[in-house]
Design a protein around this ligand. Sequence first.
Ligand code: GRF
Length: 200
Amino acid sequence: MNRRIGVLISGRGSNLQAIIDAIQDRRLDATIAIVISNVAGAAGLDRARAAGIETAVMPHRAARSREDYDRSLVDTVRAHDVALVCLAGFMRLLSPAFIDAFPNRVVNIHPSLLPAFPGVDAQRQAVEHGVKVSGATVHFVTPDLDAGPIILQSAVPVLPGDTAETLSARILVEEHRLYPEAIRLVLDGQWHLDGRCFVT
Ligand code: GRF
């Protein structure tokens, strides 16, 4: 497998930055071939440019349908010959038009211990539910929301008095550690899927 990756973002890009830092620190042997944002002003685009990484802005509103948009994403990703697509705060559901083009080659990071609290506002869901432990999950992307095979997880305590914001900040620290590590595992290729399970 080549070690070129594409990163899809919509916003802040702190996980993108963690991947950039891991590559620069040689904790992750990979090359970011392209960063794609569906939001023109995403701060993550500036992080990519500052690191000399090629960027593309692909506003979803310009597309006639979700499938049309996803097909144009496929074309852009393919043009950059990446082995792995990493979603890093990409706030759009991907249809089979995209996912089927890269089987077991799209990963995502989610701020909960899946399968608990899928979807938006996972940290707020965790606080409101009163769980004592939450965390972060890196998983393969399937057409079902936040439901694909789990690659790595990290647990984070929920402390008395936590708000969605304080818990998010604590989980984010773990996200930044976990995502480059999970990408390394996948790129190393020493794994298989045993049913739904990622096994190294
Ligand atoms: C992270 O919490 C990630 O888990 C979720 O979206 C957020 C993105 O943050 N999918 P950032 O853009 O990487 O800073």
